[in-house]
Design a protein around this ligand. Structure first.
Ligand code: NAI
Length: 707
């Protein structure tokens, strides 16, 4: 194995190669290794210039994110970090950084501290720290504007998106593109500049212009961050830091950056976002379905039902290059489905997301059909017909007959029992739930539901497929509503109760929106269709316990044909563009129904509204965790962040509860229990953890060890 840092010589040029696979993360050992190599270079008079390059598939793709957690938890002292080490490079012999793959975060900061940068045409550059609730902390906010100007630096530091090599060359971030052998090109460049003093980025002030000239740019950037990255503090801190470059000296700017970096690093938002970052990787780990589990190729698919979900799923498959047979029950339904797909694709072309050629190719991959005739050829079928057990069973009997042995039979059901569906087939081991979220071609979550008999190969294949489709696959066990909808039921119920107790639907939605949810719970109901829940409630009415409070006003709205957006009215009223407006008449009507039903009316604070809704999620989440329906608290968090619009900077409902303190959450739930009765019975796991002073995260890590 190559040394972590290798120093070799090509005549008078030193070459420092970083070997920290897989992504050359800038760990403390890497930084120390480079510092040592630089020192050797400084002490060797025969060396005239130095090239820094990444071994393997990339330059430095960023800091080692685990290190941040160690610092904030107090396990590792913060130390001085990278800045002094970068000054060493800056004050040393002319240094050329050669970039392929990606130069992200600390990697780009290091590159900017060198005197020159050359790159492969496919290289990527970025300061993605904001995505983890942080800002660049090694001079990035001070050096980047000096190289690329204020506007671009603000955009890169506040939004965190990468740019390609062509753009990097155009804006001055790099000095040359190297086609072909990068190292040879970099050494050639180094020979050209060898022996001459290298320009220091810190001294290049010509692109900064004055603070006054930049003022409108900063205020526009802040405005944009407040709307596009609502609730997040790091983008604003990044803008403040870049602004400091226009007001103060380089050294003072760096001091300001350090202070802002430190605040962000220790913030709850950053901890939550790092939790989500690792959670997204953790979900792929399934103790009894190891990485080595055999998977089956998925080169062709069928979708049954060309409605809202089936059409979206067909698009997702086609977008990944998988040919799809799309079946519906009759020609008009099939035509409607195809027309919707075409319209959605056209919108994507209009918005610049896809090219017309891409769309034409995808449409070619979707073959409409009214029969099961060609189903014997496909590797996976995803069923998305109406939600009803009898119909699902009917379809699965047909699929069992039509599909080849070994093909995966998946259902997109959002609530129904996967084992019961599997029971009508001769191959329950091939049956699984693949629960997409609406709109399927947009939402990242794929809840994968394992039945009692689902084989490990089928699970592993669906987890792998989720990646190919660009989704986050989270494996859960079978129960009514699985993880996401089972919890959401309690959340939505509390939102309606709040309305019945006297607050307007708009106030409830506003409180949850301000908490950070993408959409308030009642507006979400209008979007999904109020009739969906109404139908489910009617189907399960026989299971309702007498004396336990049931929401009434939601059903009343449905009885009046107010199903939400699709009927132009629900909790809100909608115009043709589906723009929501508060509806005073509805509010009055709902209030009257509640008063007539004897529900006491009172003022409720936004804080209480948030607690009622979010703690309802947490309490049910605790049950789900205890029952083993979800493997880890983080899995629940990923489901809520990627499928239900829960703010990532709060880490998902379970992480959020941990950050509030389970003792506090438990206490509040006990108060709700006393006030509102049985529905608020605290989950036993929550009580236990609160009493033991533990967190959901700790509970999960103990569980995983014992699996
Ligand atoms: P939908 O009503 O939009 O579409 C259902 C389609 O199935 C219709 O086009 C219908 O003609 C077709 N169909 C009915 N019987 C059929 C048969 N025997 N053979 C072939 N096609 C048949 O319903 P939607 O919303 O797409 O829901 C489908 C499934 O997805 C349900 O199980 C639902 O619970 C689930 N789901 C729905 C979500 C949503 O937001 N709408 C989200 C996640 C899951």
């Amino acid at each position: 194995m190559a040394d972590l840092i290798e120093l070799t010589l090509d005549h008078e040029i030193a070459i420092i190669t970083i070997n920290n696979p897989p992504v050359n993360a800038l760990s403390p050992a890497v930084a120390q290794g480079i510092a040592k190599a630089i020192e050797q270079v400084t002490n060797d008079d025969s060396i005239k210039a130095v090239v820094l390059i990444g071994g393997g598939r990339t330059f430095i793709a960023g800091a080692d994110i685990k290190e941040f957690g160690k610092i904030t938890s107090g396990k590792t002292p913060r130390g001085a970090g990278l800045p002094p080490f970068l000054v060493h490079i800056e004050n040393g012999k002319p240094a050329v950084v050669a970039i392929h793959g990606s130069a992200f975060g600390g990697g780009l900061e290091l590159a900017m501290a060198a005197h020159y940068r050359v790159a492969s045409p496919s290289a990527q550059f970025g300061q993605p720290e904001v995505k983890l609730g942080m800002i660049p902390g090694a001079g990035g906010t001070q050096r980047l504007p000096r190289l690329v100007g204020i506007a671009k630096a603000v955009e890169m530091c506040a939004e965190g998106n990468p740019i390609g090599a062509q753009e990097a060359l155009k804006i001055g971030l790099i000095d040359r593109l190297v086609e072909g052998d990068l190292l040879a090109g970099a050494v050639q460049f180094a020979r050209e500049i060898a022996g001459k003093p290298g320009p220091k980025t810190r001294d290049r002030n010509e692109k900064l212009s004055s603070h006054v000239q930049n003022a409108p740019l900063f205020s526009a950037a802040r405005e944009k961050a407040r709307t596009r990255q609502r609730g997040m503090r790091a983008p604003l801190a990044a803008i403040d830091a870049v602004e400091a470059a226009t007001k103060f000296s380089f050294d003072e700017g760096c001091r300001i950056e350090q202070k802002l970096f430190q605040d962000c690093l220790f913030s709850d938002q950053s901890k939550a976002l790092i939790h989500i970052f690792f959670g997204e990787r953790e979900v792929a780990k399934i103790p009894d379905v190891p990485k080595e589990t055999t998977t089956m190729p998925v080169n062709s698919a069928s979708v049954v039902g060309a409605g809202t979900m089936g059409g979206g799923i067909a698009m997702v498959l086609a977008n990944a290059g998988i040919p799809v047979l799309l079946k519906d029950a009759d020609q008009p339904a099939l035509d409607r489905g195809l027309a919707t797909i075409q319209k959605n694709y056209q919108n994507s072309v209009k918005r610049g997301r896809f090219t017309q050629q891409f769309v034409d190719e995808r449409l070619q991959l979707i073959q409409p059909t009214l029969t099961y005739d060609d189903f014997g050829k496909v590797d996976i079928v995803i069923e998305a017909v109406f939600e009803g057990m009898a119909l699902k069973k009917e379809v699965f009997v047909q699929l069992d007959r039509a599909c080849r042995k070994g093909a995966i039979l998946a259902s997109n059901t959002s609530t129904l029992n996967i084992d019961e569906i599997a029971s009508v087939t001769s191959r329950p081991e091939s049956v699984i739930g693949t629960h997409f979220f609406s709109p399927a071609n947009v939402m990242r979550l794929l809840e994968i539901v394992r039945g009692k008999e689902t084989s490990k190969e089928v699970i592993a294949t669906c987890m792998q497929l989720s990646k190919k489709l660009g989704k986050v696959g989270v494996l859960v066990r079978n129960c009514r509503g699985f993880v996401g909808n089972r919890m959401f039921h309690h959340y939505g119920r509390e939102a309606v109760f709040l309305v019945e107790e006297g607050v307007s639907p708009q106030s409830v939605d506003q409180a949850l929106y301000d908490f950070g949810m993408a959409l308030g719970p009642l507006a979400t109901g209008d979007l999904a269709g109020l009739d969906v829940g109404w139908r489910i409630r009617k189907e399960y009415r026989h299971l309702e316990k007498p004396g336990v409070r049931q929401a009434i006003v939601g059903d009343r709205l449905c009885e009046l044909g107010r199903y939400g957006q699709k009927t132009g009215a629900g909790w809100y009223k909608y115009d043709e563009t589906r723009h929501a407006a508060a509806d005073p008449e509805t509010n009055e009507m709902v209030r009257k129904w509640a008063i007539d039903a004897g529900i006491p009316q009172r003022d409720i604070s936004p804080e209480e509204m948030v607690e009622r809704c979010v703690y309802a999620l947490v309490n049910e989440g605790a049950r789900i965790l205890d029952e083993g329906i979800a493997m880890r608290a983080a899995d629940i968090d990923i489901i809520y962040v990627s499928g239900y619009g829960f703010p990532a900077y709060r880490g998902g409902p379970m992480w959020y509860a941990d950050s509030v303190g389970l003792k506090n959450v438990y206490q509040r739930i006990c108060e709700f229990h006393a006030q509102h009765g049985e529905l608020w019975e605290p989950a036993p796991l929550l009580r236990r953890l609160a009493e033991e002073g533990k967190t959901f995260a700790e509970f999960t890590s103990l569980q995983t060890v014992t699996v």
